[in-house]
Design a protein. Sequence first.
Length: 670
Amino acid sequence: MTDDNDLFGVTPPPPAAEPERPARSRETAPASSYTAADIEVLEGLEPVRRRPGMYVGGTDANALHHLFAEVIDNSMDEAIGGHANRIEVHLGEDGYVTVTDNGRGIPVDAHPKRPHLSALEVIMTTLHAGGKFDSKAYETSGGLHGVGVSVVNALTDDLIVEVALDQTLYRQTYSRGKPTSQLENMGRVNNRRGTTIRFHPDAQIFGNSARFSPDRLFRMTRAKAYLFGGVEIRWSCDESLATDDVPAKAVFHFPGGLRDFIERRIEGKTRILDDVFSGKVGKPGGHGSVEWAISWYIGDSFTSSYCNTVPTPDGGTHEAGLRTALLRGLKNYAEMTGNKRASVITSEDVLGHCGSMLSVFVREPEFVGQTKDKLASGEATRIVDNAIRDAFDHWLTASPNQANKLLEWTIERAEDRLRRRKEKEIDRKSATRKLRLPGKLADCSQSAAQGAELFIVEGDSAGGSAKQARDRASQAVLPLRGKVLNVAGASRDKLAANQQIADLIQALGCGTRDKYREDDLRYDKIIIMTDADVDGAHIASLLMTFFYQELPALIEGGHLYLALPPLYRLSQGAKTAYAMDDAHRLKLMEEEFTGRGKVEVTRFKGLGEMPHAHLKETTMNPKSRTLLQVRVVSDRTETSDTVDRLMGNKPEARFEFISEKAAFVTDVDV
């Protein structure tokens, strides 16, 4: 079972279909046997095509654009190594992407271990074959010829490689990981060197509608130029793809590197400090080199980090080094100036309102997964910490005015954080005392909102079962008695006088409408848990209407969920399964319970009738439950009109809707 899935337009993805295996004779190979015939050997790049998610993270838009990242990373490695100073990127209307560099060119001579193949073909068709594993050809690298480009080759239906080497042009074509031509000598060329790769994503992997986003490719290309001031990157796309944000042609060259990026990113923001803390340590692109740029300002914070020009959106060990260096540096300055109030600050207080860019180069980096979203190299923490801490110490002592301003501002953030935490603890205790009534809030024991869950259930019976099934440390239960108020058709006075609504608002602790305060929300997840029948669906609709009208920001923050309790329990001997509805029950009976013996079917009349062990296993345990996340995926005005139409005080609007949808309703027994 999945943990949390989207509702209102997003459904849990079906399980990936397993490849069909040839049927075997029952006489020669019983179903329970396990023989050598069951051992499947995947040749060449077939493992990549069979399981693309292991190499590029899936088959969605992120995975599609990961192909481009792998190719341009190889060209960037040539530039960082001092072998190229120009990269060209072109996106065509036909869906092809072309990346060209003026580097050394991929070798085309015969490979010593496979003399019947060129080195180019070995690199393009073999995993873990390349020139970046022993640090001889490249001191540092982001892409790996033997992994990245061969994976790209496996997942494209057409790929053309051209290599200009020793004033001779070579060309070879591929499709789905296999060569479709021999390595061809195209003749002599002058004033050209390097590698050109032109490729088209395979519709069998990414779908017929998969297309590269011009805006996304444009931003990815520009970001690479910021990361290495010694390279010029030329962007182009067909005129039909150009927009106001994506020009048909552009040239990127940023000698100032990350500092230039920060200055552009925070333009127009109110700065805490006028100066940008930036610097570079080590040989550009060499092992152990670090570049950073940090600016403190009023607004949402961000940290963008890179390792060997590869973006690491999930952070990693290099970001840990950045946090450690800034926190220790600021605390050391406070100690030197006798400011004892700085003892309470944390790295989050220092980085809470700043924009930070970090780029590190290390030899043979270790990432979490092939998609390289998170750096795991332990030495990166030490490298970044040592590089930035000394520079930060000098930067602070060189300008006491800005250092004192930054220190005081950070201490204020820390004190405000501690004050809000204390107020939240007081509010939690106060709410618990006020709601200590039979059938009311059974709060969780932890004080932090992060990880805490509130289950909203109907009635004392369901509440009693849920209280026994919950994890007391992190799960709270609030039973609501009677019919929930339909807030869409209620006056403000009626809403204010409703005790159930008042209890719910008080338990949440975050206020409503324009008084909503995200930081005061006492639970990370608000889970509506109702019976798996029509009445339960009605109550859930009423509660969702309440949240949509009174706490829309709570939904936008991703805090509202629907639990999915089963309607049936099926058992046959030691085998047990749960069915969500009648259709699911019939499907399980046909597909899962086909053996001998009677199948016992138990229909749960409601959550209160369900044993708490079953409720915990199917609906409340995060490891085995399924939640649907409530989201607003359409236009706000359109959604509001729909809610008013279906839940408002105009019955004729509901009648019109029922009449429109009557064709989709089947006969039922009543």
